[in-house]
Design a protein around this ligand. Sequence first.
Ligand SMILES: [Zn+2]
Length: 313
Amino acid sequence: MSAAAPAPRTMSETDWNGHAGPVDGHANGMDIIACRTCGFRHAVPLPDAAALATEYAENYYSDAKPTYLQDARTDQDWAQLVQHDRLDAMARALGRKPGVLIEIGSGPGFFLEAATAKGWTAIGIEPSRRAAAFAQARGMTVHNTTVAEAVARGLPRAHAIAATNVLEHLADPVGTLQLAYDLLHPGGVICLTVPNDFSPLQLAARDAKGQAPWWIAPPHHLNYFDFDSLAALMTRLGFTPVERLTSFPMEAFLLMGDDYVADPALGRACHAKRKSFDLAFETAGLGEARRRFYGALASAGLGREATIVAVKS
Ligand SMILES: [Zn+2]
């Protein structure tokens, strides 16, 4: 006898200011819809852009992520593996020596530092005063403002643009990507990383383990991409995707019984295990095997993050 299939989830439809599609989740007074207009899932109603700007300028790294900047420093020995993978993928796609790299949402600035070490002229744009000051204190060039303001004040044309865990926070991710497109030289590369949401592993945790859909987190996360919806958006805006990367499928811990969502201490333990996993390959001189492992996961639409490297057509 086969296991009982999960009960069908009731689908309702929402239409808000021309954003229409089935509702896939709900939290904090917002619906998450699979928007047919946008081609990706996002929250409705979308919050006021000015209120969002204040939140990220003043509060985000103190209220929502109080230990993030310090944790980033502690994690850097491990995090640089991923930073180097992305920088190497961008260099391959660009096919010329490093030039100007702009990071949208540069946070603590460690990616800028890794890029600088590889010969890029790295410039960060970071709305959070706290995060911008953290990176500036270590010698990074960071404009403490939004992308639109930084463009209005004048930025050099870029050969490469990166944005990690940024698009999911924006009320207008399309507008930001259009600015990025305009900033890039023809043939320039862009590397976007977002959480890989509504993934098969998350749905298995939800539907087989009874886990509440913890990844649905408006108003901080407004947009919910996976590899295909991110690639489709980039293609629509004039980019040609050339490579997919990802990171450890953290949800595997949930499926193996470690409920890190409910227990922050367990979350830290699971994070330590995935760092140990990644670093073991490096210690053994098998970094290429680690990259192939994650490349295969990414090709299957799996992994915690969706990273897509694309070229401005
Ligand atoms: Zn929409």
